[in-house]
Design a binder for this molecule. Structure first.
Ligand code: CTP
Ligand code: MG
Length: 227
């Protein structure tokens, strides 16, 4: 039986957010933002390990008592998200056919339900898959003057989210070699190797905290869930 492990890249600086500490450590309803992320993953029974990748120079992680089951800390973060994920995969102790669910630390409103749906729909798929949202709005392509060049059909367009789940061996293989900077999610690395990941419907609440304005929404979503 293959295991399921979660791998959470959390070695970014949050430059677009612009806070003194990286956004994953900001206080959100009494806990660091990333605590909510890690807790959602730990709440999924099938996942036996939640490994978080932090920077070797991280000054914040040890200040908090995370008090979460299944948590493993890997101080191997790299210069880009893809590099942090690749280093985390190298450091994980698991078999080549074990499933790894890579999830952004900054997507703190992940629900256990969405993860369960991903696990169920991907099943024993030979490639793997990811949570994603069908594009809800009308889509425009701009020209150089920021005028509408064309309206693009939204049929078949999806917005990629995380978790993205692939088997450890093929994902590690896909993240080797040059061109890592152009890789912004695991699925595109797998696509580059010829695989076609399965799209599983996520939900709008699983957004990534990127700008300060996103924090109020995350706060409200988490508070509503508690009630
Ligand atoms: N990440 C990482 N290592 C990096 C860069 C990013 O582990 N060198 C992680 C972030 O901590 C985050 C996730 O990848 O959980 C998604 O990245 P993003 O939202 O872009 O976070 P930051 O890179 O921190 O933010 P910004 O791009 O605004 O600097
Ligand atoms: Mg970034």
């Amino acid at each position: 039986m293959s295991r399921y492990l979660a791998l959470v890249p959390a070695a970014g600086h949050g430059s677009r957010f612009g806070a003194p500490s990286p956004k994953q450590y900001l206080q959100l309803n009494g806990k660091p933002l990333m605590w909510h992320t890690l807790r959602a993953l730990a709440a999924v029974a099938a996942i036996d390990t939640v490994a978080v990748v932090i920077s070797p120079n991280d000054e914040w992680f040890d200040d908090f008592d995370w008090d979460l089951p299944k948590l493993q800390v890997l101080r191997v973060g790299g210069a880009s998200r893809a590099e942090s994920v690749r280093n985390g995969l190298d450091a994980l102790d698991c078999a080549a056919d074990d499933w790894v669910l890579v999830h952004d630390a900054a997507r703190c409103c992940l629900s256990a339900d969405a993860v369960e749906r991903l696990l169920a729909e991907v099943g024993d798929d030979p490639v793997g898959g990811l949570l994603a949202l069908p594009v809800p709005d009308t889509v425009k392509r701009a020209d150089a003057e920021r005028r509408v060049a064309v309206t693009v059909s939204r049929a078949d367009l999806w917005l990629a989210q995380t978790p993205q789940m692939f088997r450890h061996g093929p994902l590690r293989q896909a993240l080797q070699g040059a061109g890592l900077d152009a890789i912004t999610d695991e699925a595109s690395a797998i696509e580059r190797s010829g695989g076609k990941p399965l799209l599983v419907e996520g939900d709008a609440q699983n957004f990534k905290v990127t700008y300060p304005r996103d924090l109020a929404l995350a706060r409200a979503v988490l508070a509503a869930r508690k009630d």
